[in-house]
Ligand binder design. Structure first.
Ligand code: HEC
Length: 128
């Protein structure tokens, strides 16, 4: 009994690892928001910086614009702006200086420091 269920577990974890290393698995953004920053502070910053003037952001009141892409299911996205793999460091890079990554795109650099960007990223990773 025990042996069989352990073997099953082992197979399941092997499969998970294999899927993760392929790179196109559904959920690369398995970042734990709490490891990235403070999501509740991030929610306040999203309102404060006015991200909702361009984005629909679930859970942020008034953030329902469609100028930029909706940030729905962000934790499950494979890429940030179709350019960078969706990792916490890359998301922070994007939030701090989107013009460096896609010059000329409509999202301005808003002068966000590293700590604020990490807290904003943490919130975005709570959007499953
Ligand atoms: C003036 C409009 C504007 C504002 C303000 C703005 N963005 Fe954006 N944002 C965009 C546009 C346009 C894109 C798409 C850029 C591209 O794909 O080249 C984008 C892309 C993104 C992406 C990548 C989305 C994806 O689908 O991969 C994230 C994340 C993001 N913005 C977060 C933010 C956050 C957080 C703020 C506030 C700090 C913010 N944006 C403020 C216009 C804006």
């Amino acid at each position: 009994m025990w042996g069989a269920s352990n073997r099953l577990l082992f197979c399941a974890s092997l499969f998970t690892c294999a899927a993760a290393s392929v790179g196109c698995s559904k959920s690369p953004g398995t970042a734990d928001p709490r490891q990235v920053g403070d999501p509740s502070r991030g929610a306040g910053l999203i309102s404060w910086y006015g991200c909702g003037a361009c984005h629909t952001v679930p859970g942020i009141s008034g953030a329902n614009s469609l100028v930029g892409p909706p940030l729905t299911h962000f934790a499950q996205r494979g890429y940030v702006a179709g350019m960078l793999r969706n990792t916490p460091d890359n998301l922070v890079r994007w939030i701090r200086d989107p013009q460096k990554i896609v010059p000329g795109n409509a999202m301005p650099a808003l002068g966000i420091d590293n700590r604020d960007a990490r807290d904003i990223a943490a919130y975005l990773y709570t959007i499953d």
